[in-house]
Design a protein around this ligand. Structure first.
Ligand code: GLN
Ligand code: ZN
Length: 802
């Protein structure tokens, strides 16, 4: 038998893993809480896999031709690649099985830690809100080929007649995403281990071929970043890596799918290789497609490009792909809008005309970033569903485009027409364009983005607020107890009325205000008990947004979020936070901070409209917030915090795109916050400690006080601040709220000393790292007690020294 490598005509790079009813999420949580065994968890997961395969077939993919990806990570696809490579950091070395394999139980220890052993770090996957587990690679990290679970999955489906396409993070991206293990010599770069990693990948390819895989998908989105892109130049590392992998002889195709698992021959060769490059343009953006040519020249059988975020490969590149198939990622994997099918089909036909090779139709990225199925929604406003495509609809769109590409427009007339009608309806629907909003945005001038000089503001604010030095505050939310969540669920289901819920929230606010007074905090908050989520809460109270009922997407592990859909111009029909904030302020003499979520974060954690630039949408949200801030100020609120934890998350992957982003994002914050008097104090809060790369932008926000996460890194950020010469108020977190641990008085005191060594006392605020909503009361109260006491002690010793 000779190896054939016909790439399927239609495919998706990945599909939501959590299940249409969050079956996997529930099974994982049940397993971790001890309610179900590992065996039960794996059985549930396999049942879900089978339903997924059946569903994808129902939606038009072919189970026999490798068009269905075996994308079934229990927790995270990067973690699964770590497991397949046996690449255990030394602090987990004891978890390795006999041949170096990483069991399911072991992988959960990497993901979640155990006892004193901290888990792998988590960070955002490219510029998305999905978090992956960061590989830690040192000079001695083992690389072995132990893809047993993945091979078993392929084998199991093969026995059922389905030839799935296993998916792994590719070797270059895997090492680009890795961090150097603690204790690695200075200058060590995980990429130094590329040859060892490639040898292990070669072994894995053999294991997958032996299990019956005919194609393997290696995801290389790392090539769309500046660092990875440079590696994809002709003659570079990417070319070398893929020459090696493609140089392995192809396995003989195992023959008819059913009942031929091509029994475990380790010298089985390799499956055909598909290399994907989602989330942008791979390689050199000045030479679009060059990276694909490099991969094709190296001998890879199929290459993929993201045609939604990335650029079209040039005709020259396409013509030169030779026998390498081209998978056109033309259906968006990250947003929820219906595809403009007619336009897409034209693009595909042009590609087909310039390419010397087969063009297949696919998604730009995995569909893991969108919910399962529009048809499952029962709460969306009636006009919306027909404008949308969640994962299931996107699979169908891929199928329609593939049929259109093969058979011409005539083969899909009805589908194209339906899409055209929906798009026309969307373009003209009332609320998509609100003339008053448009003219207000057009009429903005420089003044609307500027406040008085910061020093002058600081003096005026101090006159009003009369705060002590080293003022203490929190970031906004207080623990969301079971009682709070139950009350919210009760009002949603109608089992308690609005008035009763209102009373409940007021009692909760009163309790939290009293607690803060007892603790001796200087600037109080109302505690945010009315908010399920810092973005959804605002989306629910602004026109132009819609909330889904089933639209869950995986954030990390079993954690899912339900982003709102921003479909129209943004209007604030009524004040949102004013009643809660003024009620809270009425209970105390101390200043109480109003709390809002900023425009960039609201966009980052919603599905945003794709019919206008993001910066325009951000300005509309900013204006709604500006009105809210004006109402808060008019109601007597002297301090208002606008949280922007997602400011860095949306930072474009390419340095050349970053300035334009920072410009509109910073401007939208300033538009929201610049309408107040100079005596009103604007705070902002950011959720990360690697501050250095965006410090100029944070300075540009022109907030009077900025609180940031800093405790875990032991206030590393202080050096950045001092180096930059940051002049406004700053509150580096001195209490790590990501764990239930209570920091001692001495520990907090030491962090305050560290801060004081680099930050002038007149600028320093004392606060936790982030909101307290995920914490319990007991640890929160003890920790805050230590924070307040340490701040007071620091004040006293400053007074003595003065
Ligand atoms: N004010 C929000 C809170 O305290 C901020 C949350 C965040 O930064 N993610 O919960
Ligand atoms: Zn935070």
């Amino acid at each position: 038998m000779t190896a054939v490598s016909i790439f399927p005509a239609a495919t998706v790079l990945g599909y939501p893993r959590i299940g249409p009813n969050r079956e996997l999420k529930k099974a994982l949580d049940a397993h971790w809480s001890g309610a179900i065994s590992e065996q039960q968890l794996l059985e549930d997961a396999r049942a879900l896999q089978d339903r997924t395969v059946n569903r994808l077939v129902e939606l038009g993919l072919n189970a026999a031709d490798s068009s269905i990806p075996a994308d079934f990570a229990l927790y995270d696809q990067v973690l699964d690649t770590t497991a397949a490579l046996g690449a255990l950091p030394s602090r987990f070395a004891d978890l390795a099985g006999g041949d170096g394999a990483v069991s399911t139980a072991a992988s959960f220890v990497l993901a979640r830690g155990s006892g004193e052993r901290p888990p792998l770090e988590m960070t955002k996957w490219f510029d998305t809100n999905y978090h992956f587990l960061v590989p830690e690679i040192g000079p001695e990290t083992p690389f072995t080929a132990v893809a047993h679970q993945l091979a078993d999955t392929i084998r199991r489906h093969r026995a059922n007649g389905a030839v799935l396409r296993p998916v792994l993070v590719g070797p270059v991206t895997y090492l680009l995403l890795a961090k150097a293990e603690d204790g690695a010599p200075a200058g060590f770069d995980p990429l130094d281990r590329i040859d060892d990693a490639v040898a292990a990948y070669a072994g894995i390819l053999g294991q997958l071929a032996a299990a019956g895989a005919e194609w393997v998908q290696l995801d290389e989105p790392g090539l769309v970043t500046d660092k990875g892109g440079a590696l994809a130049a002709p003659g570079g590392l990417v070319e070398r890596v893929y020459r090696t992998l493609a140089g392995i002889p192809r396995a003989a195709v195992a023959g008819p799918a059913a009942g031929n698992p091509a029994a475990g021959n380790p010298a089985a060769g390799r499956p055909a290789l598909l290399v994907t490059t989602g989330y942008g343009t791979a390689g050199n953006p000045g030479a679009p497609g060059e990276a694909l040519a490099v991969l094709a020249a190296a001998g890879v059988e199929a290459v993929h490009a993201d045609l939604v975020r990335g650029q079209l490969p040039s005709a020259r590149v396409l013509a030169g792909l030779g026998s390498t198939a081209f998978l056109a990622g033309i259906v968006d994997g990250r947003n929820v809008w219906r595809n403009r099918l007619t336009a897409s089909l034209k693009v595909l036909q042009n590609l087909q005309d310039s390419a010397g090779t087969v063009v297949s139709v696919g998604t730009a990225t995995s569909l893991q970033h969108v919910p399962h199925d529009v048809d499952a929604e029962d709460a969306l406003p009636a006009h919306l569903p027909q404008w949308l495509a969640f994962a299931d609809q996107k699979v169908q769109e891929v199928g329609v485009l593939a049929r259109g590409l093969a058979g011409g427009r005539a083969a899909v007339t009805a589908e194209l027409q339906e899409a055209e009608d929906a798009l026309r309806d969307r373009a003209t629907y009332q609320g998509v364009v609100v003339p008053a909003v448009r003219s207000r945005v057009r009429g903005l001038s420089e003044d609307d983005f500027t406040r008085g000089p910061a020093e002058q503001r600081a003096a005026l604010q101090q006159e009003h607020l009369k705060l002590p030095v080293l003022p203490t505050t929190t970031i906004g939310s207080f623990p969301q107890t079971g009682e709070v969540r139950r009350a919210r669920a009760a009002v949603r289901s109608g089992s308690i009325g609005a008035a009763e819920y209102d009373r409940f929230l007021k009692d909760e606010i009163a309790r939290v205000v009293q607690l803060q007074e007892d603790l001796g905090l200087d600037v109080l908050v109302h505690g945010e008990p009315e908010r399920n989520d810092m973005v959804q809460y605002f989306a629910e109270n602004l026109d132009g947004f819609a909330a889904t009922s089933q639209g869950w997407v995986q954030s990390y592990g079993s954690r899912c979020t339900r982003p709102s859909i921003l479909w129209g111009d943004v209007v604030r029909p009524a004040p949102i936070t004013v009643p809660w904030t003024t009620y809270a302020q009425s209970l105390t003499e101390r200043p109480l901070k109003g709390m809002l979520t900023g425009p960039v974060t609201i966009l980052a954690w919603s599905f945003v409209r794709d019919d206008q630039p993001l910066g325009d949408t951000a300005r509309q949200v900013a204006l709604a917030l500006r009105d809210e801030i004006a109402d808060l100020e008019a109601a007597g609120t002297g301090i208002i915090q606008v949280d922007e934890p997602a400011l860095r998350e949306l930072l474009p992957l390419r340095a050349s795109d970053q300035n334009a982003y920072l410009d509109w994002s910073v401007q939208s914050f300033r538009l929201a916050t610049s309408g107040v008097r100079d005596s009103t104090q604007i705070h902002t809060h950011l959720c990360y400690s690697e501050f250095g790369e965006v410090i100029a932008a944070i300075d540009g926000l022109d907030a009077d006080v900025t609180s940031i996460e800093a405790a875990r890194s032991r206030l590393e950020v202080v050096a950045d601040l001092a180096g930059f010469g940051f002049r406004r108020g700053i509150g580096p977190g001195v209490y790590d709220i990501h764990s239930p641990r209570v920091p001692s008085h001495a520990e907090v005191a030491a962090l305050i000393d560290t801060a004081l060594a680099g930050i002038p006392v007149s600028q320093l605020w004392i606060n936790p790292d982030c909101g307290l909503k995920t914490r319990g009361y007991e640890e929160t109260v003890q920790s805050l007690r230590h924070v307040v006491a340490a701040a007071r002690a620091a004040r006293a010793s400053l007074a003595v020294n003065a």
